[in-house]
Design a binder for this molecule. Structure first.
Ligand SMILES: *Cc1c(COP(=O)(O)O)cnc(C)c1O
Length: 235
């Protein structure tokens, strides 16, 4: 078994254990493999091990990989998520190539994504990014802004509002991780009351996936635990 295969199996086991610990079914937590900075050979190994959903942070790198795998026999099953910060001038590439965008945090970007989504493609699945703990970060909206942005996005024709995403500030303590993720879950449950099609709460990374799952995450975004540490020096 390759390292990536083994790592994927370990991550799936960790997800299942975390779910069972809080009486959730493991199938309620999907695994997004975050392949940013990793070569296509690493993604190929993950595909061979049964992984189908991949997350990319950099638009051009992601589009290059999507184009590469358009030739692969599994292409019809692969689902590509854009999870990085999105600038207006890159929105067209996301609208044209990805199935999901997790980082919508202003109406202007949402409008561009909807306008630029090609006819004939299904609506782009979008998550609204919430700045849940890190006041320093420029990404994500405050919870107070969520109702208005959700309403505006839900009205856009070529987007499907699927839920919320957060990247909390790094925190080593499990109980504190849980407290932050629980605030996200409260907001998610309130959103679902109004938009029943919003079925996705994207939270949890390599170092905080157990707390995220305990708090209600439906999609964990895991890079390091699958592909190993990232090397940014080549970028
Ligand atoms: C890089 C990244 C991840 C994966 O982080 P790991 O700690 O390597 O699991 C998840 N989500 C986002 C938005 C990221 O940028």
């Amino acid at each position: 078994m390759s390292t990536i295969q083994q790592n994927l199996q370990d991550v799936r086991n960790r997800i299942a254990a975390a779910a069972q610990n809080c009486a959730r079914a493991p199938e309620q937590v999907a695994l997004l493999a975050v392949s940013k900075t990793k070569p296509v050979a690493a993604i190929e190994e993950a595909i061979a091990a049964g992984q189908r959903a991949f997350g990319e942070n950099y638009v051009q790198e992601g589009v290059d990989k999507i184009r590469h795998f358009a030739e692969s026999p599994q292409n019809g099953e692969l689902v590509w998520h854009f999870i990085g910060p999105l600038q207006s001038n890159k929105s067209r590439l996301v609208a044209e190539h990805f199935a999901w965008c997790h980082t919508v945090d202003r109406l202007r970007i949402a409008q561009r994504l909807s306008d630029q989504r090609p006819a004939g493609m299904p609506p782009l699945n979008v998550l609204i990014q919430i700045n849940i703990s890190d006041e320093q970060s420029k990404s994500g909206i405050a919870l107070a802004e969520l109702p208005a942005l959700a309403e505006a996005i839900a009205a856009l024709p070529n987007l499907a509002l699927r839920g919320l995403m957060a990247i909390p500030a790094p925190e080593a303590d499990y109980q504190r991780q849980l407290a932050v993720f629980s605030r996200m879950n409260d907001a998610f449950l309130a959103l679902r009351q109004r938009y029943p099609q919003a079925d996705t709460l994207s939270m949890g990374m390599t170092d905080d996936m157990a707390a995220a799952i305990a708090a209600g995450s439906t999609l964990v975004r895991i890079g390091t635990a699958i592909f190993g540490a990232r090397d940014y020096s080549q970028a």
